[in-house]
Design a protein around this ligand. Structure first.
Ligand code: CA
Length: 266
């Protein structure tokens, strides 16, 4: 992500937090979907009418794996062994890693942001992010993530998967709480649906100082409370844009992640 795009994300986030970002385009798209849902309802194609302004977002559409999960055969989002900032071109993905931070003094390294030596399970490379997040009242911290597709605003269909696993650890003295998030059509600004964007569906992760695997199922991710517009009931796996990891304000952090994979049912 360029400096300009990074500033743009930070600016959008602040605007969204103030619930002041309202775009005629988003409204038109929302109305278009509402109209389509009404039409389908009339001709009996769909039994359930979508909530106006929400694309998908229904828990009934999420798959549950009764026999457990396994890494999908084309599921590697990144293992960082290629030592670059693009996702491996597997499963049709070709996006890039980026970073974002508040403008209140939070720092994020290394600069330039790229894979570091030392990985999970004896592998050679992983993704390390380290720095200090500001503690002022309006600081929100830092984040690092990847768009699943390189084309801006393109939606990635992950409906054949059921969740994402990754390995992670915290360095000595680091903050140990990390939030993992998935940006979808209803929460990502680039999809032009949300009016208050960036409250992605996510889960708080508690790290240790040892590499450990974490599984995050599409059924269990939630938006943070009290803000975001719209606020769908569930993630829409058929229309994803991004994944990211974020660290909240007022902390020293040294976070390592590796072997990020989509999961499928056993
Ligand atoms: Ca690795």
């Amino acid at each position: 992500m360029s400096d300009l795009e990074e500033r743009s994300v930070a600016l959008s986030l602040r605007l969204s937090l103030r619930l002041s970002l309202r775009r005629p385009v988003a409204l038109l798209i929302g109305l278009a979907f509402a109209g389509a849902a009404t039409l389908f309802g009339c001709i009996g194609v769909s039994q359930k009418r979508a909530t106006p302004g929400i694309v998908g977002g229904r828990s009934a559409d999420l798959r549950v794996c009764h026999a457990g999960t396994r890494p999908a055969s084309d599921g590697t989002i990144d293992d960082f062994e290629d030592d670059n900032t693009q996702l491996p071109t597997e499963g049709g993905r070709d996006g890039f890693w980026w970073t974002t931070k508040d403008e209140k003094g939070s720092t994020l390294g290394p600069d330039p942001f790229s894979p570091s030596e030392g990985g999970a399970d004896g592998s050679e490379m992983s993704l390390r992010a380290l720095g200090k997040t500001a503690s002022s009242p309006d600081a929100w911290g830092v984040g690092f993530g990847a768009n699943l597709l390189s084309s801006k605003g393109a939606l990635y269909d992950a409906s054949r998967y059921v969740g994402i696993s990754f390995k992670a650890k915290a360095g000595p003295g680091s903050a140990t709480t990390l939030r993992f998030k998935i940006g979808d059509v209803n929460t990502h600004d680039d999809a032009h649906v949300c009016k208050a964007c960036w409250n992605h569906f996510g889960k708080d992760i508690g790290l240790t100082n040892q590499w450990k695997e974490y599984k995050v199922m599409f059924t269990e991710v939630r938006q943070a409370p009290y803000w975001g517009d719209p606020r769908p009931v569930a993630l829409t796996p058929s229309k994803l844009l991004s994944i990211d990891f974020s660290v909240g304000p007022g902390q020293d952090y040294d976070i390592w992640v590796d072997d990020i994979r989509f999961l499928e049912c056993q």
